[in-house]
Ligand binder design. Structure first.
Ligand code: ATP
Ligand code: MG
Length: 139
């Protein structure tokens, strides 16, 4: 399994605006298989753990408030080269720089409220999938 899965989150801004189904359709149409999915909410404590790598950044506090501000959809996606291909599908972190047709280009509100998360490496994908799901059962 290692190497062909990635973790995605439809962030609170996109869920609130009603973009979830359009985003899920786009993900499926690009050939990603949704292995599992849940609608959930992050507590501030969980958001701090999830985004720990950014704890020294100036935007950290605001990011934590945003990510714990409402429902999210977290999911494990499977595809060959899942991590790399999914980062291409979501587009640049800053929607201003995201290529036309990417999820962030279509649905993001701002650099912070950028609609969707995608793991940035196979190692982090595995860690993040475990954060949300008991993924032993898929191995
Ligand atoms: P993600 O990890 O959510 O998929 P990413 O890997 O493209 O996004 P990161 O650098 O990991 O980008 O940043 C994590 C998240 O923090 C971004 O998606 C965005 O919501 C927020 N963020 C990043 N940089 C900034 C910034 N300069 N100002 C405000 N928020 C930011
Ligand atoms: Mg990241």
């Amino acid at each position: 399994m290692f190497g062909n899965i990635t973790l995605s989150i439809i962030k609170p801004d996109a869920v609130k605006k009603g973009y979830s189904m359009s985003i899920l359709s786009q993900i499926i149409n690009e050939g990603f298989n949704i292995i599992t999915l849940k609608i959930t909410e992050l507590s501030k404590k969980s958001a701090i753990i999830f985004y720990e790598e950014h704890k020294e950044k100036y935007f950290f506090e605001s990011l934590i408030v945003f990510m714990s501000s409402g429902p999210i959809i977290s999911m494990i996606l499977k595809k060959e080269n899942a991590v790399k291909d999914f980062r291409i599908l979501i587009g640049d972190t800053n929607p201003i720089n995201a290529k036309k047709g990417t999820i962030r280009n279509l649905y993001a509100t701002s650099l912070e409220k950028n609609a969707i998360h995608g793991s940035d490496s196979n190692k982090n994908a595995f860690k993040e999938c475990k954060f949300f799901f008991p993924i032993e059962k898929f191995s």
